[in-house]
Each structure stands twice: as C-alpha cells, then as structure tokens.
Design a protein around this ligand. Structure first.
Ligand SMILES: NC(=O)c1ccc[n+]([C@@H]2O[C@H](COP(=O)([O-])OP(=O)(O)OC[C@H]3O[C@@H](n4cnc5c(N)ncnc54)[C@H](O)[C@@H]3O)[C@@H](O)[C@H]2O)c1
Length: 435
C-alpha cells in the first residue's frame, strides 16, 4: 500500500489527506500547528467545510488516516509526500516561500530514496525546479523526484471538488513519478476526469493564469454592475445573457463587494510580481487588482450616500466570510469595510453563520450577534456582504420591526425585494435600480 504524508493540514492539505485516504491509501497528515493536530486526532475538523468531518472520522476509524506533529518521522515513512503549506504574500506582493523551503529541507533530510514530493501549494513559476535544486544542495545523496500538482478546489465545496475535479494538472519530467501519480489518482478515471500532463513551469502557470482569469471575470462583472446601476440596466439579465454564450459561461458573473479569500488577491499580486521579475507587462492584472480595491471602497461610499453620514450610526453587517459556505475571512471585503466603518466612527454589529470567531480574532471589540435578526436590533442600516443562504430567507417584516432606520445595502442581491416598498426601505442592491 502506498504511504502518503501530507505536510500542512490547512484547507488544501486537510482535504487532500482526507480525500486520498478515502481513495484507500494510507495517509498521515502533519502540521507545525500542534493545536490543529490535537483537534484532528480527536476526529474533529479545525476548518468549516461541508462533509469533511464525516469523511475524516470514517477514514480514521478504518485505520487509513492519522495525524502527527512529528514531521520528520512522517516524512521518513512516506512513499509520496504532498506539500500543502501556505505561500502568503510578502509586502511587495511576491510569494513568501519560507514555509515551503523549510518543508523541502525537512524532506531532503528525512525522506527515503525514491520518495516523490508533490507540491500542491500555489508557487511562482520556476519554484518547483528551484526546490528540486534546493533538495540536492541540502542533501546531495537524496534521490527525490519533485512534481507540481497545483490545487483548484473551492472552499465551501472542497470535498466535492476533490472527488469531482474539472481536471488534474501534473507537471513532471519523470516517467516514474507519472506512473505513481496515475495510480494514486486512478479512482478519478472512473468518472473520466481529464489529466493534463506537462512540465513544471506549465503546471505552475496554469494555476496562476486560471485564478487571475477568474479574478478578472469577477472584476469585469462588478464594473458592468456599477455601470448598470447608473444607466438603468439590470445586471442579472446582462449576466444571464452573457452566460448563455458558450465562449463566456455563466460562472463567476455575480456582482458583489469585490473578490477576497486566500487565493485571488494573493495570486493576482504574485502574478504581477512574476511579470515584473521577468520584465513582462502585466498591466491587465494590475488593473484588476486596483479595480477590486476600489470595489470594496465603493461599498463605503454607497452606504455613506444612503445614510448621509456614517458617524454614530448603528450598522448591522451580515456576512463576514469572503464567500458563503466557509469560515475563511482571509482578505474578505468585510475586513476592509468594517475597518473603514469603525474609522468613520460608526457602531458596528456583525453576524456570520461560520466566520464570526475568525473575524473577531482579527477585529476584536465588535458587537457579535448570535443571530442575523439579533444583529438588526436598533440598526440604522443593514449591510449584506456574503451570500449565505440563510440571509436569502430573511423576513422583511421582521427586519423592519428590528431596525430603527430603513437603509439596506444588499451587495450580494440576496433579499427578496417584493416587500421592499411596502416597508419603505431605502434599498440598494448591486447592478440594477429598484423602480
Ligand atoms: N485555500 C484554498 O482555497 C486554496 C485553493 C487552491 C490552492 N491553494 C494554495 O494551497 C496552499 C495552502 O493553502 P491553504 O489555504 O490550505 O493554507 P492554510 O494556511 O490553511 O494551511 C497551511 C498549513 O500549513 C502549515 N504549515 C506551515 N509550514 C509548515 C511546515 N513547515 N510543516 C508543516 N506544516 C506547516 C500551517 O500550520 C497550516 O496549517 C497555498 O499555496 C494556497 O495558495 C489554496
């Protein structure tokens, strides 16, 4: 049986470890963060992700999955090591590879000969090859084959994406590594998942190009939405009709307060930095990054225009996660918006079904409401930033009873508009006018 070790048990590493164990492999998940490991050893998931805990417990019980903080030991027992550590942005936008480098040094010191190291983390073009050289410099006797296997999962649907990916991209020059990975992922052949075999640089660029394209698509529809509001067009009809064109597709055409999360902001900035490093003009990506920052600030401008002033106003903010179905708040628009509201001396009450703890760790001393309706008590304005399903069914009659003001800024267009006029709300959504 192939023994796999996964370094890093964050969103990507944990899903990879649990998914590969469910394929029938023997998997050990390792992390520097001992608190995460002790939670995992109890069969609990440290992240909010649909279906993960059940799958985690099933595979622990079957004896296929375990967790340890002893990274050297776990690496020494593995045939294949997956690396899914963070690659956060440095202040200049380029990727900080220190977590990856220390993982590589640990692999060079501890892995058996002929171990295959698979980098899942998103890394700048050229990194896999540099890491291969780093291993050989660190330990010239080590015989380790490096493979690039970028990850495309979406938080909130990560388990579904692991078992039903659109494609698997694998960058390697080694036939042996290819044979091993083909076998590891063979359950996906049953559902005819396409495999893209390429060199490492191509695999690395596929990941950045995909994320940058999606970020640009979101930014595009956001700007069309801003225009639709002014010219009296309906962005939903625009997006729907655009999406009917097979060349465009209907996905990622939903307007909102700007993209966030641990990937798009970081990866667009890293791609711009990669272009700069190679003297290649990345003006399109740089414009997307700037437009996205403006989109977040636009929420503040709109709210201010609707309220007259933000000072001393009670603002109920519903939705803190960067998107629904996750507890992840990394680079979420809510962080910018809430910080700016506080800076403008507004009083902010927040609610999110999953991300409240994470948010209040970053911005403490906020009033955190235990339900969406509780957040609305005495509010002058309601601001919706995340498209959680539970906000779609909010009852406008109860909202009207709870709030003292009438302003609603629904940046995700989740509320049912039919009763907006009946309760005299001053309502704005994204990308259309409520006439
Ligand atoms: N989150 C996503 O949706 C997503 C999707 C695709 C790709 N990615 C990429 O995958 C990578 C991981 O992302 P994530 O969101 O899972 O990150 P994360 O921050 O949730 O998890 C990283 C984990 O690695 C651990 N770690 C760091 N250094 C370590 C070391 N030397 N040894 C052992 N553990 C170590 C950290 O403690 C942490 O638990 C990033 O490069 C990211 O860009 C993320």
């Amino acid at each position: 049986m192939t023994h796999i070790t996964v370094i890093g048990t964050g969103y990507v590493g944990l899903v990879t470890a649990v998914g590969l164990a469910d394929f029938g492999h023997k998997v050990t998940g390792v992390d520097l963060d001992t608190s995460k490991i002790s939670v995992l050893q109890k069969g609990k998931s440290p992240i909010y992700e649909k279906g993960i805990e059940e799958c985690l417990q099933r595979n622990i019980k079957a004896g296929r999955l375990d967790f340890t903080a002893d990274i050297a030991d776990a690496v020494s027992r593995a045939d294949v090591v997956f690396i899914a550590v963070g690659t956060p942005p440095r202040p200049d936008g380029s990727a900080d590879l220190s977590q990856l480098e220390s993982s590589m040094d640990c692999i060079a010191d501890n892995a058996r000969n002929n171990t295959i190291a698979v980098i899942k983390s998103t890394v700048p073009v050229g990194t896999n090859r540099r890491m291969q050289e780093r291993i050989f410099k660190h330990n010239p006797a080590a015989k380790i084959e490096l493979v690039s296997n970028p990850e495309f999962l979406r938080e909130g649907r990560a388990m579904q994406d692991f078992f039903h990916p659109d494609r698997i991209v694998i960058g390697t020059d080694s036939q042996e590594a290819r044979d091993v990975l083909e076998k590891l992922y063979s359950p996906l052949n049953l559902i005819s998942v396409p495999f893209v075999w390429c060199n490492m640089e191509t695999a690395e660029l596929i990941k950045y190009a995909s994320n940058a394209f999606l970020a640009a698509k979101v930014t595009f529809i956001n700007q069309m939405s801003n225009l639709a509001e002014v010219v009296g067009a309906d962005i939903h009809a625009v997006a729907r009709a655009m999406g009917m064109d097979g060349r465009i597709s209907s996905k990622f055409l939903h307007p909102g307060p700007g993209y966030g999360g641990s990937c798009f902001p970081k990866d667009t900035r890293a791609l711009a930095a990669i272009g700069d490093a190679h003297g290649v003009n990345m003006s399109l990506i740089k414009t997307v990054i700037e437009a996205n920052e403006q989109q977040k600030m636009r929420v503040l401008d709109q709210l201010k225009a609707m309220l007259g002033s933000l000072t001393d106003k009670n603002i109920a903010v519903l939705g803190l996660a960067f998107k629904s179905e996750t507890d992840d708040i990394r680079e979420a628009p809510s962080l910018t918006v809430v910080r700016e509201l506080l800076r403008a001396s507004a009083r902010v009450t927040v609610h999110d079904p999953a991300a409240m703890d994470n948010f209040c760790k970053v911005i403490p001393n906020l009033t955190a409401a235990s339900s969406s309706y509780m957040a609305l008590e005495n509010a002058d304005a309601l601001l919706i930033l995340t498209d959680w399903n539970e906000y779609r069914s909010l009852d406008l009659r109860i909202i009207a009873e709870k709030m003292r003001g009438r302003v609603i800024l629904d940046t995700r267009n989740v509320l049912n508009k039919s009763l907006i006029k009946e309760y005299n709300f001053i309502y704005r959504g994204s990308g259309y006018r409520l006439d």
